[in-house]
Design a protein around this ligand. Structure first.
Ligand SMILES: Nc1ncnc2c1ncn2[C@@H]1O[C@H](COP(=O)(O)OP(=O)(O)O)[C@@H](O)[C@H]1O
Ligand SMILES: [Mg+2]
Length: 361
């Protein structure tokens, strides 16, 4: 248990028929060879004429938390469905834990735990019974099963409620139980599809802590999908931003934000076109029109605020509002797509420093 890994090519050390064989060639198949936990190459899925996932490629290191961030319909679930062998790709290839998703489906399935959007717990059973049932499916021997269930329920903070029926559980508790259940067979890789969808902010925070903990304490590689910017930002070592089935940017959250060119300043004005013309200064890294406002990126925005105000004033251009914030992944998405991901919780996460607060000082 736990050390499962597909051997490289078809050769497998344990398949060697001669116990006295002295040919120990590439014998390091027990996890010594460095190998990405997941690698995808030009992975593609068409539904009839519609291209849901369009030739995406990436590699995820062991122990990484990797996020697929994108709006609804971007192709996130389709991507992890292919990686987890639930859906056949139209083209391209991928390996999970060294196992080919087409030729070594069993190996992939042994290597992964999955928590998909549709919950699949039995409401009429207790948490323990749900876990036990799953453990039997995976043929985990009795004592070991019992011990493992205890350990995992503790890991997700459900040990006190282990004998309560799942129908009495809150949404967050159910999600935690599903995650614990997905870990019962000690997978090396965990797939989480929109793990905090529909949960309230406090419960989401709580769940993030558990996800971080199991990554840290168990070294499990996690690939999660989300359309929440703050979730990707908080949890993921690296993020792939996916839109219309294509990866449009992939890096650490910080590196993605750095690509924007510093702080984000939003100037609202009755005449945004004129404002944009005036504000096109050398210290502005990027300037965009967005609805009725001008969005500027620059280093050290606080030093340029007085200049922005006086320049506009000199040209008789009114300012309706002015705000400054550190870039978020929302800004990154906007930068690359020209559209907003319609992220309802982002504004609460931004450090908004309003113009008049500043000017009163
Ligand atoms: N079985 C299917 N048949 C046809 N179209 C599908 C099917 N599954 C997904 N799609 C379409 O593929 C696109 C990507 O879907 P999905 O991967 O579920 O997106 P996401 O998880 O990012 O919201 C969507 O436009 C969706 O409607
Ligand atoms: Mg989805």
């Amino acid at each position: 248990m736990g050390a499962y890994r597909c051997a490289l090519p078809a050769r497998n050390a344990t398949a060697d028929s001669s116990p006295h064989s002295t040919i120990h060639s590439p014998h390091n198949t027990q996890g010594i060879l460095p190998m990405p936990a997941i690698s995808a190459e030009n992975l593609t899925k068409n539904f009839d004429d519609f291209v849901a996932v369009d030739s995406i490629s990436f590699a995820i290191d062991e122990g990484e938390i990797f996020g697929l961030l994108g709006p609804n319909g971007a192709g996130k679930t389709t991507t992890i469905s292919m990686l987890s062998t639930m859906l056949k790709p139209t083209a391209g290839k991928a390996t999970v834990n060294g196992c080919d998703i087409l030729d070594q489906e069993d190996g992939v399935r042994k290597s992964i735990g999955i928590v998909f959007q549709d919950q699949s717990l039995d409401e009429e059973l207790t948490a323990y019974e749900n876990m036990d049932f799953h453990g039997r499916l995976y043929r985990i021997p009795g004592e070991q099963r019992k011990e493992k269930i205890g350990e995992l329920l503790a890991l997700v903070g459900l040990e006190d409620r282990r004998h309560d029926l799942v129908k009495t559980y809150s949404g967050g508790m159910r999600r935690r139980l599903e995650i614990a259940r997905g870990l019962l067979h000690e997978p090396k890789v965990l797939f989480l599809d929109e793990p905090t969808l529909g949960l309230d902010p406090q419960t989401r925070n709580h769940l993030w802590e558990y996800i971080e903990r199991l990554n840290r304490e168990k070294g499990i590689t996690i690939i999660l999908t989300t359309h929440y910017m703050d979730e990707a930002d908080r949890l993921c070592d690296r993020v792939a931003i996916i839109d219309h089935g294509t990866i449009i940017a992939m890096d650490t959250s910080q590196a993605l934000k750095n690509q924007i060119g510093g702080d984000v300043v939003i100037v609202e004005s009755p005449d945004p076109d004129a404002a944009a013309d005036v504000l096109n200064a050398p210290w502005v890294a990027n300037i965009e029109r967005r609805d009725g406002s001008v969005v500027l990126s620059m280093q050290d925005a606080e030093h340029h605020i007085p200049e922005i105000v006086t320049d506009l004033h000199r040209h008789d251009i009114a300012i309706t509002s002015l705000s400054v914030h550190n870039p978020t992944l929302e800004d990154v998405f906007l930068h690359f797509t020209g559209r907003s991901i319609r992220e309802e919780t982002a504004s609460g996460m931004e450090t908004m420093r309003m113009f008049h607060q500043r000017m009163r000082r």
